[in-house]
Design a protein around this ligand. Sequence first.
Ligand code: BMA
Length: 331
Amino acid sequence: MSRKPIIIGEALPNMPWENRPKGCDNVMWRFSKNPVIPRDLNPTSNSIFNSAVVPYKGEFRGVFRCDDTQRFMQIHTGKSKDGLKWNINPERIKFVSDNDDPEVLRWEYGYDPRVVWIEDRYYVTWCNGYHGPTIGIAWTLDFETFHKMENAFLPFNRNGVLFPRKINGKYAMLSRPSDNGHTPFGDIYYSESPDLEHWGHHRYVMGPNGGWQSTKIGPGPIPIETTEGWLLIYHGVITCCNGFCYSAGAALLDLDEPWKVMYRTSPYLISPQETYECIGDVPNVVFPCAALTDAPSGRIAIYYGAADTVTGLAFTQVDELLQFVKENSRL
Ligand code: BMA
């Protein structure tokens, strides 16, 4: 069946994919061989989750959240031919700085990376420890040398997610201002920058919205450009007797003014239900950080952290997802 192209992007025919299983009518479905990355892929890892994957020269590269067996939070680079079998460097990324500034190179911890190609290089953003969590940025061409740049914001902030192109001539980023702990609140904001160093023109995008997204929300993978707007997959948290529970939904943002939300899902798209999502170091967490897309077929593959322990894959089809977001929206 040929589909109308909706994703504005490249073809990626070799991306991981599995058709929706028979008898399943969910708009998003899981990979049958989840978890795709086990917690102990590296002997030095306690857990590998909340990680980012991108296409690279016909293969795949990624930046992975690997908490080590001291339970220190680190980010590691990894490579894969098929996006499924990964070779993750057992050593954390050791950054260089273009002007050798020790303050820029200072390292406390890093977690929840996102990776995006903008114009001529890959950029990594992550939650970077600098007297509290804030948004770190680095660039790389080869996933071997990573050039650390200035932090985007003051602490405390998490979930910095760059858009894949400039918007109105400026780099653009979503983020989620937070506190220094487990943050019982959280709204998504939009910021822009002429140079990826100086950020301003902050705009409110959206906040908690009841049910699975009643405590806090945060942006997930790099927004996907579609003919109908930016497709943003995001996480939402509800506080239960047992603590936080993380699910994921989607929103459609205006292409030119992405702080304007046109639709957002009232039901979740995926919530912790499989054993590997419900049992782990932090039970009941699905936390998407990356999406691969194939524009001609409209396929989307989402990498998500499960129970802060392993990495899973889920799939959806852009036309069906957009229809679901519109038909099940509550702003
Ligand atoms: C958030 C972040 C995520 C984590 C989630 C659930 O605050 O630390 O890395 O997946 O909590 O523990």
